[in-house]
Design a protein around this ligand. Structure first.
Ligand code: SAH
Ligand code: SF4
Ligand code: F3S
Length: 469
């Protein structure tokens, strides 16, 4: 099957105009207001920015308060049970609001909604939710919105136009100097524990030139950090008419003139090439950071997880990166308590963490996802045992992170200043290796690059002072 690039957003123009007119009458305040809450990963954040782009064209402005909104949308995540439970709780809490303000449209979208059993549960148990759509239907949001406010019935849309890449959708970015840039959608890897391939469909890459021109326009518009997004960016290019690899793509973006930083996520160890590491090592703009999830240190479990690499291959890439990229910062995702994980398997995870020396880790306790192969695997380990392993892993990483931070004291780092920490009045910035540094300084520095001399290490965070290099 061939991926299709579709430029059909102009078909939405009529619905945008109609919805805009209706909302001018339906609004409760001076302007139509939308409250969008996004859960989950950056892919969802990027989708949320597209939905905001379309809502802006429909005359909406935005609020954080559900109480004053004319349109409330929860953009949901299905990756773990806890994420789903939170959504059900938060949606349930909107029932009373809908009673008070019957004209408010309450909607749900995102990964959870691509699962049939979830959409059915919403349909039956939450009758005040008027619009539900999945990740495949975003490009026709104005159409669905218009039908929801005029059709007199609830709209449920779970698309399945797999292999379509919809270009031309407007984006309203949340940040003015940090931008998300999707380079591909979906996932074909079917790791046995993971729901994402079922909620986001088959992997499809955007055209090389479309990504490059979006990156150029971001740089021209003053963006200082561009994060390239995909579930497995290393397999970028599969199915393109003209062959391109991720290493070529990121190199082409690195060649754009200007002062900006490139980040990317997520890298899958099975497809992480040495060519990519060479490109990072020789680049002007790419961060010296590799987020490379290994999930488990046990070869036996990696097989059952369907990850297609083993410990030796993982270490081979990591050691190559350490050798080529000076002071490379490595981070990872780990799952504790995968079905059948033994004490020996878990100790393999601990020893890998020790051997690599990660800057930071995202650690998760395994969560059973309906419809995935791992959900059917026997899981004799108790929650208590899993919790105990999880604490041991955190404790180990705390020591390693503290040692790494301590080794950076007295060095000078180039950082992007991001925000003001209201609690202590310090500016919060991020190093190329993705470590947070706090330093006293003027708010006008936010959104700019600066040099910081590291004076002190706290557990995960560095402290420093701005210097002229
Ligand atoms: N595409 C990325 C990860 C996306 S999901 C990759 O392959 O690296 C982010 C992280 O959530 C995963 O790396 C994994 O550690 C975790 N995760 C995914 N499914 C999970 C599950 N069922 N239970 C617990 N953690 C899970
Ligand atoms: Fe999930 Fe694996 Fe795809 Fe990552 S690569 S999204 S963990 S199936
Ligand atoms: Fe969640 Fe979907 Fe991302 S399940 S982690 S929002 S791809």
């Amino acid at each position: 099957m061939i991926r299709k690039i579709v430029n059909d957003y102009n078909e939405q123009a009529e619905y945008i105009a109609l919805a805009k007119e209706i909302m001018q009458i339906r609004k409760r305040g001076d302007v139509p207001l939308a409250c969008i809450r996004t859960y989950g990963c950056q892919q969802n954040v990027a989708d949320g920015e597209k939905i905001k782009g379309m809502l802006s064209e429909m005359g909406f402005e935005f609020t954080d308060k559900t109480e004053e909104a004319d349109f409330i949308l929860f953009n949901t995540c299905a990756v773990r049970e806890h994420a789903e439970d939170r959504i059900f709780g938060n949606v349930g809490a909107l029932k009373a609001l809908k009673k008070r303000h019957p004209t408010v449209l309450i909607a749900l979208c995102g990964c959870m909604m691509e699962q049939e059993h979830i959409a059915n549960r919403i349909y039956k148990s939450f009758p005040f939710v008027g619009l539900v759509f999945g990740t495949h239907a975003i490009h026709k949001f104005p159409d669905m919105f218009y039908k929801s406010i005029t059709g007199g019935r609830r709209v449920f849309e779970r698309g399945n136009d797999d292999l379509c890449v919809h270009e031309g959708i407007p984006v309203k970015r949340d940040g003015s100097f940090k931008a998300w840039l999707s380079i591909m959608y979906g996932c074909d890897n079917f790791c046995s524990y993971c729901i994402v391939p079922y909620t986001r469909g088959r992997e499809r890459s955007r055209n090389f030139e479309d990504i490059l021109s979006e990156a150029r326009s971001l740089v021209e518009n003053g963006y200082k950090e561009i994060t390239l997004l995909g579930q497995n960016v290393n397999s970028y290019g599969k199915g393109l008419e003209e062959k391109h690899t991720f290493a070529e793509l990121i190199k082409a973006i690195d060649d754009i003139e200007g002062d900006f930083l490139i980040r990317f996520m997520t890298s899958h160890p099975k497809d992480c090439s040495k060519e990519l590491i060479d490109v990072i090592a020789n680049s002007k703009h790419i961060s010296k950071h590799l987020h490379l999830p290994f999930q488990s240190g046990s070869d036996r479990l990696l097989k059952q997880m369907n990850r297609h690499y083993d410990r030796a291959k993982y270490l081979d890439i990591v050691n190559y990166a350490k050798e080529k990229i000076k002071d490379v910062s490595l981070t990872s995702d780990i799952i504790v308590g995968f079905p059948g994980e033994t004490e020996e398997d878990f100790e393999q995870t601990l020893s890998l963490v020790e051997e690599v020396g990660f800057t930071s880790l995202f650690t998760f306790i395994y969560s059973r996802r309906k419809g995935t192969p791992a959900a059917e695997m026997p899981d004799p380990t108790t929650d208590e045992q899993k919790g105990e392993r999880f604490s041991r892993l955190l404790k180990l990483q705390e020591r390693i992170a503290a040692e790494r931070c301590a080794s950076m004291v007295n060095s000078t780092e180039r950082v992007l200043v991001e925000s003001l920490n209201e609690k202590n009045g310090m500016l919060s910035a991020r190093t190329s290796g993705n470590i947070i540094v706090e330093a006293p300084g003027d708010e006008s520095l936010i959104g700019t690059f600066a040099n910081v001399k590291i004076t002190k290490a706290r557990n995960w965070i560095l402290q420093g002072e701005f210097v002229n290099k």
